[in-house]
Design a binder for this molecule. Structure first.
Ligand code: PLP
Length: 371
């Protein structure tokens, strides 16, 4: 493969993470709940990994539980918050650009009698703090906002909206989907009760995530069983994935500032090159550096993806979960149909290079001639 540029869908596992997983499978393979030496060793590895992820999140280790991924963390957080606060009201605020893990959980809560308000983005993909605050009501019991949008890289004003909600209704709960922000952006947790994270977007393994739960907040679990992870997430811990998550967080946090500068420079090169080919940029100006959404304004995403793939370039049309459906994010932005149909998401990681960007631009120019 010449240019893997689909890092918002998933990343390669970092060598440090793969080594940590291998060690968890072949040396520290005990069950962390077992009392014998191998169990103790696994428990120590579990706590060490929790510390590594907590440092990346910016919280105390005891506030973090491991889950099977961002989707499970989000489901746990939203369902628990709605259940906890339903005696206070029935109104939930979120945005129309959230990941399906949030939107579909909210949809199911809607079917159970909760009223959901989804705040739309502007045409450039950004969501204003004013619009989010205007949606809050005295009976709002939960606010869920993503930190960084997975299709456009838009940075959402989660902190401002959270502060506004807590000022008016201290008992209301705030959840942040931090999946695309972890190890990339600061995520202030001041007014945040719960935040969701995923390992496979930062060089960890698929099938592993974490949920931050503010100290003192007791929540109902999604899964009942042996009471692991503070009773919030029963089931024997997936130690290879957890160890890899910890190692990936530690590696990424060491070079975070330099990595962000590197990806910002690549983003500028990509945007300048794409504009020179006539592309429209569907991401806001001040988006996170690792995600750029663009359209040539003609043709279809799937045809571009196939043509680019034949030249060794991997990008996507939007969220990998959408599998070819028109992007709900770009629809919410109110972009013309021709831009939505031809949208491509290019997403970077610290290992992305200028050569990969140039390779993408060359292949894009050739693919656009098909239409
Ligand atoms: N939230 C966002 C913003 C994402 O980008 C993703 C993954 O694409 C998820 C949630 C779901 O995470 P996971 O794949 O770990 O279930």
């Amino acid at each position: 493969m010449r240019a893997y540029l689909d890092n918002a869908a998933t990343t390669a596992v970092l060598p440090q993470a793969a080594e940590a997983a291998l060690r968890a499978m072949t040396e520290c393979y005990g069950n962390p709940s077992s009392l014998h030496p191998l169990g103790r060793q696994a428990r120590e590895l579990l706590q060490q990994s929790r510390g590594q992820v907590a440092r990346a999140v910016g919280c105390a280790a005891e506030c973090l539980i491991f889950t099977s991924g961002g989707t499970e963390s989000i489901n746990t957080a939203l369902r628990a918050a709605a259940r906890k606060n339903r005696h206070l009201g029935r109104h939930i605020v979120s945005t129309s650009v959230e990941h399906d893990a949030v939107l579909n959980t909210l949809k199911s809560l809607g079917q159970e009698g909760f009223e959901i308000t989804l705040v739309a983005p502007g045409r450039d993909g950004s969501v204003s703090a004013e619009a989010l605050c205007a949606a809050l009501r005295p009976d709002t019991i939960l606010l869920s906002v993503m930190a960084v949008n997975n299709e456009t890289g838009a940075v959402l004003p989660a902190a401002q909206a959270a502060a506004a909600l807590k000022r008016r209704s201290p008992a209301a709960l705030v959840h942040v989907d931090g999946v695309q922000a972890l190890c990339k952006q600061d995520l202030p947790l001041d007014n945040v009760d719960m935040a969701s994270f995923s390992a496979h977007k930062i060089g960890g393994m698929k099938g592993c995530g974490a949920l931050y739960i503010r100290r003192g907040l007791a929540i109902t679990p999604l899964l009942f069983g042996g009471g692991q992870e503070n009773g919030v997430r029963s089931g024997t811990e997936g130690m290879p994935q957890i160890a890899a998550f910890g190692a990936a967080c530690e590696a990424r946090m060491k070079t975070r500032a330099a990595d962000a500068a590197h990806m910002r420079a690549l983003r500028e090169r990509l945007i300048a090159g794409a504009r020179a080919l006539g592309a429209h940029i569907n991401s806001p100006e001040n988006a996170a550096p690792h995600i750029v959404n663009l359209s040539m304004g003609r043709g279809r995403s799937e045809v571009y993806i196939r043509a680019l793939g034949e030249r060794g370039v991997c990008v996507s049309g939007g969220s990998a979960c959408a599998r070819g459906r028109a992007s709900h994010v770009l629809l919410a932005q109110g972009l013309p149909k021709s831009n939505i149909d031809a949208a491509l998401r290019v997403s970077l990681c610290p290992e992305s290079t200028e050569e990969m960007i140039d390779c993408f631009l060359e292949a894009l120019g050739q693919a656009a001639r098909l239409f």
